[in-house]
Design a protein around this ligand. Structure first.
Ligand SMILES: [Zn+2]
Length: 679
């Protein structure tokens, strides 16, 4: 007899349905409660901010010396120091009652020129800056609005007039004013910043953030936090809450980048400068919320950009939206300087060595390469593999035009002409920072001096070095009376055999990727010597290409340059005659490298030429690397740029030749990401 199937119990089905409904109800309830909690959290303003790991020093406490001072002086005698004398959008700016652009350009210029004037201690430039700031402070609207109500669009642009009372230019001028206050001590500045933020506080209730200010609210946060750290007024954090809630969600953006390849068309969220600025958001959110996950997401943001758009010069491509990893795609100069400023903020708040390492990589490589050596010309787009800078009618870019790669006054568009000045000066003013335990940290390295009071004693430290063109960093510490404090020295992530020689002559080994603490009683004049031996690394890039790196420097093929004057600047600087310039290659560039990947030092020969003149020029390049390579017939030129490097490894029947690589920052024409020869 067949077994009978048990009858289906009605009650069992009923129980299943009931259980399902209960679980569903609980889920819905949980979701509603979570949303409520989120809403409540977002609507409750904070009353404090998390402390930063490293506190930047007031502008003026750090004095650049050596090669860094020379670069700043060159910058001051180039476009930065003279733009206001002949470029209509500064000379006749709406910010000083003129008829030209009255939106972002003058604030951008001031944001870089204020620290430049004080770091070079240039009397004429400091007087200029004072005249500008006095005008702006004296013309503040009764309700606090700074600058013109409605800025004119850029000179020569067909853009419609900017929206009335667009908050974006306020965000920039507030950053400039904070620096001016630190350096000048002008007592009008803080009240003016308070009034400006008050006007924004009410305006955001009437009209939420939009367009540029919607994507760049984090720059307002930088100034809000600066002011809150000084005045502790709770309403400032309520303003931060409003702007943060209204603005673009950068945390979500960087958790899964919405633009993973070459942007097919212009878009806000893929805009390379927006992304560069957005990189500081996680660090600022950590200060605001105290939530630890933001510490990690600051690093994830960089990793995401590297994964889909990273290039060997430490940047990510964007022309002017994120553009994939092809080293011929280019990066906008505004993105170079804004990434640096974001990293300076990330470093201050979170104190991670990785941010210092990246900051130095960009400062020593990508930044100087974007300028002519006299700083009278700059590029809009800088290419990692840049084998000719010309006016090509069909350029490789998605949205940029044929002039973007030339050197000149305002190739492509004038935003970089206004914004580029902040690169070196802010790097210099962030080299040293104060620590929470009353110590001093050297967070990035370049020749400089600093001065601060520690426990009632005046302390001076001078760093003498050719770094990044040398491996020895000598710190002379002077204390007016004996004083205990820790000195923190950064050991870069690449510095595997770093050593430290203490004042008593003892030498100790250091761990790479850390801040080394030297806690002692400093007395009179004492010296510590940090040695950072640089060894070769071969990094891998687009289509498995290779790049030679050594310490913080990236090495590129030195291509012989021929500079050609093209059209003259429409408005000529006083006493000068300047032209847009093209740079053409006078030597071959399409080589594949022969490298021993396991032991790179076996196939690379290093030669130090010493510091002679400007290190960021072909003739002044302080070091050289010789490597063997072969011509690669199939790798050519198209769309005004080197074609993408063919997928490595590659084969070539050509003979081996000796090739010279020099630091990326010393080149204006270069190959940096090379195909690798099959061995
Ligand atoms: Zn720009």
């Amino acid at each position: 007899m067949a077994e009978q199937e048990p009858p289906v119990k009605k009650s069992s089905l009923f129980m299943k349905v009931l259980l399902f409904l209960t679980v569903a109800l609980l889920l819905v309830l949980g979701w509603v409660m979570y949303q409520r909690w989120q809403k409540q959290k977002n609507e409750t303003p904070r009353t404090t901010l998390e402390p930063v790991v490293f506190q930047p020093l007031p502008l003026g406490s750090i004095k650049p010396t050596g090669w860094l001072l020379e670069q700043l002086k060159l910058q001051a005698s180039g476009l930065s120091g003279h733009l206001d004398e002949f470029w209509p959008d500064i000379e006749d700016s709406g910010w000083r009652g003129g008829r030209a652009e009255g939106w972002e350009r003058a604030p951008y210029w001031l944001d870089g020129v204020i620290p430049l004037a004080y770091l070079t201690d240039d009397v004429k430039m400091k007087a200029k800056v004072k005249r500008w700031m006095d005008y702006i402070l004296q013309h503040q609207a009764p309700d606090g609005w700074l600058g013109p109500e409605q800025g004119q669009p850029a000179t020569g642009s067909n853009a419609p007039a900017n929206a009335p009372r667009d908050p974006w230019p306020q965000f920039i001028i507030l950053k400039a004013m904070a620096q001016y206050q630190e350096a000048s001590g002008d007592s009008q500045v803080i009240p003016a910043m308070q009034k400006s933020m008050r006007s924004l506080y009410y305006q955001l209730d009437q009209r939420p953030l939009f367009n540029w200010n919607f994507f760049r609210w984090e720059d307002l946060w930088v100034s809000i936090f600066w002011l809150f750290d000084r005045t502790k007024e709770p309403w400032l954090l309520d303003l931060a809450r409003k702007a943060g809630n209204q603005g673009y969600n950068w945390t979500k953006h960087f958790s899964d980048l919405p633009v993973k390849g070459r942007s097919p068309k212009w878009n806000w969220e893929g805009h390379v400068v927006n992304n560069a600025m957005g990189l500081k958001t996680s660090a600022l959110l950590y200060r605001y919320t105290g939530e630890n996950h933001y510490k990690k997401s600051a690093s994830t943001a960089l990793e995401e950009l590297d994964k889909y758009h990273g290039e060997a010069n430490g940047l990510f491509s964007g022309d002017e939206c994120l553009a994939g990893r092809d080293p011929s795609q280019g990066t906008e100069l505004c993105a170079i300087v804004e990434t640096m400023f974001s990293l300076e903020n990330d470093l201050s708040v979170l104190g991670k060595v990785e941010f210092s390492d990246r900051l130095e990589k960009i400062a020593f490589n990508a930044l100087p390469a974007a300028f002519t050596p006299d700083y009278w010309g700059h590029q809009y787009d800088e290419l990692t593999n840049q084998v000719a800078c010309g006016f090509f009618r069909q350029p490789v870019y998605t949205t940029n035009g044929p002039s973007a790669n030339l050197f000149g006054l305002e190739p492509q568009y004038g935003c970089c002409t206004a914004n580029m000045h902040q690169g070196w000066p802010k790097f210099a003013s962030h080299l040293w920072m104060k620590t929470a335990d009353e110590g001093i940290a050297a967070v990035a390295y370049a020749p400089s001096k600093m001065e601060m009071m520690v426990s009632g004693s005046a302390v001076k430290i001078e760093l003498t070095t050719d770094y990044p063109f040398g491996e020895t960093l000598t710190f002379k510490v002077e204390a007016t009376k004996p004083v205990d404090f820790p000195l923190y020295l950064r050991v870069p992530g690449w510095a595997k055999d770093a050593t430290l020689k203490l004042p008593d002559g003892k030498v100790q080994k250091l761990d790479a990727g850390t801040f080394q603490k030297i806690q002692r009683r400093w007395n009179g004049e004492e010296t510590v010597v940090l040695n950072l031996p640089m060894t070769f690394r071969v990094s891998r890039w687009f289509q498995n290409s290779v790049c030679v790196e050594r310490g913080p420097l990236v090495y590129s093929l030195a291509i012989k340059e021929q500079w050609k004057d093209l059209v003259a600047y429409e408005n000529q600087p006083i006493g000068q005659h300047k032209n847009y310039q093209a740079v053409l290659p006078m030597s071959l560039w399409n080589y594949a490298l022969d490298l021993d990947l396991k032991n790179p030092e076996k196939s690379l020969v290093f030669l130090s030429r010493g510091m002679k003149g400007n290190p960021f020029t072909l003739e002044g390049a302080p070091m050289q690397v010789t490597v063997k390579g072969k011509k690669l017939a199939g790798w050519g030129f198209g769309e005004g740029a080197a074609m993408p490097p063919p997928e490595s490894p590659v084969k070539s029947a050509e003979p081996l030749e000796d090739l010279n690589l020099i630091p990326y920052g010393s080149t204006r024409l270069r190959v940096t990401e090379f195909p690798l020869l099959d061995r």
